[in-house]
Design a protein around this ligand. Structure first.
Ligand code: ADP
Ligand code: MG
Length: 351
């Protein structure tokens, strides 16, 4: 994972800026009906007819948001796209296009950017979004990557952070905490490798956690599932900073309180095993570890029967009046105020 498999190194100067853009953007196909013109002119042209248009952007800086020491470039490209698509999904909208802007120092050969673009193109293809533009420039040090995602939705389908009401049920997709523990495993292996480069990383038993960290997926499937169940979420947000922090955002913006039940929080068995090995509290990781990119949303109590038992969703709590505050109800049935960042030594600076 750490070594550079690509032996060939073509300097960026060999292609020049326009040659590089052409090289990186070749074979990019347009599939979305809303894309009238993609790459090649001064600007892309999109036509969304009577749909609402949703836009979200992210800026990623090497050494701040990612570390190429354990993040292969292909994974970086994939993840950078996914985190933006997750923001579109969190509006209960459908992503349709992305733009990709990169700044790189001459430390990176063309082959490295090819790997980055392999990841970007793989994600674009998998999520059926068109790459319709971007910008390419140089940086004095390191890599800077910015992706903008565009999506569409009918006005009545859009879900906002401020729509939750007293009594609504709090629901999360998938499971949480795994991406954070994946990062802990990778950081440990990196240290072992630095001490002795002959040590092969031992990543057996952590595959799900590492996959969640290096190759997260956006829940762009949830919109159709909810539609099929005839459920309109009253509010929605994606879990990028950690469950606790996102719940507090929803509650603050919606003017409600909440009870989150520790015993309900969905976690993967691999997370449980690894937390025991690292001697870290599972619930602390599950509610404070970030970068899961699952969706957190609220529904009306009347919709309970439509969602109960559905394997995509877990009901983890309910909303209360704002004056009751935001609490975690532990297994021992004690009430602890939620905090937006770890009650233990969890600190994790992400996008
Ligand atoms: P301008 O000088 O108007 O910024 P560029 O020469 O930078 O134009 O870009 C030419 C075309 O290539 C535009 O359509 C632009 O959106 C696209 N483009 C430039 N860089 C990238 C990139 N890294 N990824 C995808 N498209 C790009
Ligand atoms: Mg440009």
């Amino acid at each position: 994972m750490i070594e550079d498999k690509n032996q060939q190194r073509t300097g960026l100067a060999a292609l020049g800026e326009f040659g590089l853009i052409e090289h990186l953007t070749q074979n990019i196909e347009i599939k979305q009906p809303s894309t009238l013109t993609g790459i090649g002119d001064d600007a892309a042209i999109l036509d969304f007819k009577d749909k609402k248009v949703v836009i979200s952007t992210d800026l990623l800086i090497e050494g701040v948001h990612f570390d190429l020491g354990y993040m292969p470039l292909k994974h970086l490209g994939y993840k950078a796209v996914v985190v933006n698509l997750s923001d579109i999904a969190a509006m209960n909208a459908t992503p349709t296009q992305i733009t990709v802007s990169i700044a790189v120092s001459n430390r990176f050969p063309v082959e490295a950017l090819d790997e980055l673009y392999d990841g970007i193109k793989l994600a674009a293809k998998g999520y059926n979004v068109d790459i319709v533009g971007g910008d390419t420039t140089s940086s004095q040090k390191g890599m800077i990557l910015s992706i903008t995602a565009i999506g569409e939705a009918d006005a009545e389908d859009l879900a906002y952070r401020n729509g939750a009401g007293d009594g609504d049920l709090l629901v999360v997709t998938g499971d949480v905490g795994a991406a954070y523990m994946g990062l802990q495993v990778l950081e440990r292996e990196k240290q072992v490798f630095q001490v002795n480069p002959n040590n092969q990383p031992d990543l057996d038993g952590y595959s799900y956690l590492i996959e969640r960290q290096l190759k997260p997926e956006a829940r762009t499937d949830v919109k159709a599932i909810l539609k099929g169940l005839e459920i309109a979420p009253t509010s929605m947000i994606d879990v990028s900073d950690g469950l606790s922090s996102e719940i507090m955002h929803l509650c603050r913006l919606s003017g409600v309180g909440c009870n989150l039940y520790e015993e309900k929080i969905p976690v993967d068995p691999q997370l449980i095993n690894t937390c025991e090995e690292f001697n870290i509290d599972i619930t602390t990781v599950a509610i404070n570890g970030g970068e899961d990119y699952e969706l957190l949303f609220t529904i009306k109590q009347d919709d309970y029967d439509k969602i109960k038992g559905n394997p995509n969703f877990t009901i983890i709590g309910h909303l209360t009046q704002q004056s009751e505050g935001t609490h975690l109800i532990t297994r021992a049935n004690t009430k602890i105020p939620l905090k937006s960042r770890g009650w233990n030594a969890l600190s994790n600076d992400e996008a």
